[in-house]
Design a protein around this ligand. Structure first.
Ligand code: NDP
Length: 342
């Protein structure tokens, strides 16, 4: 679409994700453009605005944020703040009359998610959670293979998302800003991707949690979580997430007559897939290739399309709420030492 027809976004919070991924991805968008910036750091915002051609009058801070309502160049707000601020800025943004694209995890608690959904409903604005994996082509291929029973019935899914973090003063280690530790931050990819692939909701979860005693990184939020999920079709899922482990992002689907696996499965780029299909005694191994597309560009353009065509986003607020309900059950299970039914 020509520039003037594209949906104009205000990007809120100029941290790593905004600067390294989202703003550069806009160059590959066909329906989205950046028209405003919201930041607590004016100097940084001025620099970024110059780089991306955002006029100085469209730079806001967290106090002037609500004045976005008077700016017709902004139709959507992309919230890229620490998790604990998502609810407040979604609600204020909806009240300012803007559609909201909010980073994952949606918020800190299911209750906050419900408030966000309600605020957007009241304001008659759209709400989408930025689950980029649900807009990524390899994951769409795996989902289709599962749904079409390409390898027979799926029996078992395994997913791991781990990374190493080392800064205890970062907001990710502060409960009020992060909501939790590895589970809502990166374990969420395992949970959300499996729900997306199966198109089913777990009926029961069992969780385990561990944090190294005395480690300042994990005073407020957890280090590692493993959990299992039981799905109505009989699929069992086994998941793990870790903050103090070397990077590993894997996903494996085991079916009656074959398997599909990805490593890395949840990275921004360089995703890679293998599959194996048995026909009688012969096994075929393949490495399917799909053209790499920028996940953030796909996700933003989907939201822009929903705004322009008045459609409900594929990953609406309810999708984020459901993950938070399940994560709460995983924590509860870990605490009580027994499975929790959903
Ligand atoms: P950063 O810490 O790098 O950036 C967060 C930004 O939020 C800061 O730079 C700051 O921007 C602003 N901010 C406002 N208030 C605060 C505060 N009290 N403490 C810290 N920062 C504040 O985080 P990320 O960019 O890594 O993460 C932002 C969001 O994006 C999170 O919700 C995270 O879960 C999500 N995320 C999603 C990913 C994905 O793949 N979809 C990957 C990485 C993160 P300023 O200086 O401009 O005010």
């Amino acid at each position: 679409q020509p520039e003037e027809q594209r949906v104009g976004y205000a990007i809120v919070g100029l941290g790593h994700l905004s600067l390294d991924e989202i703003l550069p991805a806009l160059a590959q968008c066909k329906k989205s453009k950046v028209t405003a910036l919201v930041s607590g750091n004016r100097e940084k915002a001025l620099k970024v605005a110059k780089q991306y051609g955002v006029p100085e009058k469209n730079i806001y801070n967290y106090q002037t944020y609500d004045q976005l309502k008077d700016n017709p160049e902004v139709q959507a707000i992309y919230i890229v703040l620490p998790n604990g601020l998502h609810a407040e800025y979604t609600i204020r943004g909806a009240k300012a009359g803007k559609h909201i694209l909010c980073e994952k995890p949606m918020a800190n608690t299911p209750e906050e998610c419900r408030q966000m959904i309600e605020a957007c409903k009241q304001a008659n604005r759209k709400l989408m959670i930025a689950y980029r994996i649900q807009y990524e082509p390899y994951h769409a291929m795996i989902r289709d293979s599962i749904r079409q029973k390409k390898f027979g019935k799926v029996k078992f899914i395994e997913a791991t998302n781990a990374q190493y973090t080392a800064n205890p003063s970062h907001w990710r280690h502060v409960k009020a800003l992060a909501g939790g530790g590895s589970l809502p931050d990166i374990g969420l990819y395992c949970l959300n991707t499996i729900r997306y692939a199966l198109g089913e909701e777990p009926t029961e979860v069992m969780g385990y949690q561990y944090s190294t005693p005395g480690d300042p990184l994990f005073k407020e939020v957890e280090e590692n979580v493993t959990w299992q999920m039981r799905f109505p079709s009989g699929v069992l899922a086994n998941c793990a997430t870790a903050y103090a482990a070397h990077e590993n992002r894997t996903y494996k689907v085991l079916a009656e007559k074959g398997w599909m696996s990805m490593q890395p499965a949840f990275a921004y780029k360089g995703l890679s897939m293998k599959q194996s299909h048995a026909e009688g005694p012969v096994e075929y191994n393949e490495e399917p290739k799909v053209a790499e597309k920028n996940q953030f560009a796909l996700e933003m353009d989907h939201f822009s399309d929903c705004i322009q065509q008045d459609k409900k986003p594929f990953t609406p607020g309810e999708e984020g709420l459901q993950d938070h309900i399940i994560m709460e059950a995983i924590y509860q299970s870990a605490q009580e030492g027994k499975p929790v039914k959903l």
